[in-house]
Design a protein around this ligand. Structure first.
Ligand code: ZN
Length: 96
């Protein structure tokens, strides 16, 4: 069942990756990207790519920062999550 979960998450992530890449391609010749698209391309696309890489490495469930496990529920809600809630909140504060 874990592998079924991973297969499903992988499918979702690949679809998102395609979607974000397509968005960027649409705007490639148009100069500056709208903020919403820029966010998808510069923040979400790398996260999705990293999550896919983690699935490949077998550490999808492990927080990139503290090494604690990321709850399944969180990964269900946020398939591209690469950090546990605590570390993500700390990152968001630093980025703000
Ligand atoms: Zn963490």
């Amino acid at each position: 069942m874990r592998s079924e979960f991973l297969t499903r998450q992988r499918k979702i992530l690949i679809a998102k990756q395609d979607e974000y890449r397509a968005l960027a391609a649409d705007f490639r010749d148009g100069g500056s990207l709208p903020d919403r698209i820029r966010f998808k391309f510069h923040v979400l696309l790398p996260a999705v790519t990293r999550a896919l890489e983690k699935i490949g490495l077998g550490d999808y469930y492990v927080c990139d920062e503290c090494g604690e496990s990321i709850p399944l529920r969180r990964l269900e809600l946020v398939p591209a999550a690469t950090h546990c809630v605590g570390c993500q909140e700390a990152r968001d504060v630093r980025a703000a």
